[in-house]
Design a protein around this ligand. Structure first.
Ligand SMILES: [Zn+2]
Length: 148
């Protein structure tokens, strides 16, 4: 861990497989049809500033751990949100066991702890798992209030 991760994302519009970096100046778009791609990245103590704080779009932070059952339930819902809101948000997943400083910074005493960050500032916070519609409403509200 500690290295920047990047993933392969299949475009839902044209099927093209794109490589999406963990951090970038803009938001990722499909190389073929130029539609926005879902942006899902991992971060830890070393990469969080670059991957999450410096992002130009609102960031949904998922503070999770491998042993946490509710985390495993909420992660797919968050990934669905990242697909639904492609181009508008970035999802950053942080394993708190491997990221003690990030865990401490956000006082993640219970997990999952979910945050919406804008320019490194916490715009919204939620502790505990929730079903997709509730998460969607929570993120929509955070984006509405966080937009200048
Ligand atoms: Zn495409």
């Amino acid at each position: 861990m500690g290295a920047m991760t990047s993933g392969q994302v299949r475009c839902e519009h044209c099927g093209q497989v794109n490589r999406v970096p963990a951090a970038a100046a803009g938001t990722p778009r499909c190389g073929k049809c130029h539609q926005p791609l879902p942006w899902i990245a991992d971060a830890d103590d070393t990469t969080f500033a670059e991957v999450a704080d410096a992002a130009k779009v609102p960031v949904i932070v998922d503070l999770w751990a491998p042993w946490c059952g509710p985390c495993r339930m909420v992660s797919p819902a968050l990934e669905q949100l990242a697909r639904d809101l492609a181009g508008q948000v970035k999802l950053v997943k942080v394993n708190v066991d491997e990221s003690p400083r990030i865990s401490q910074r956000f006082e993640a005493q219970a997990i999952p702890t979910l945050l919406v960050l804008r320019g490194g500032q916490v715009a919204a916070r939620q502790t505990g798992a929730a079903p997709l519609p509730a998460l969607r409403a929570w993120v929509d509200k955070a984006l509405a209030t966080a937009t200048p």
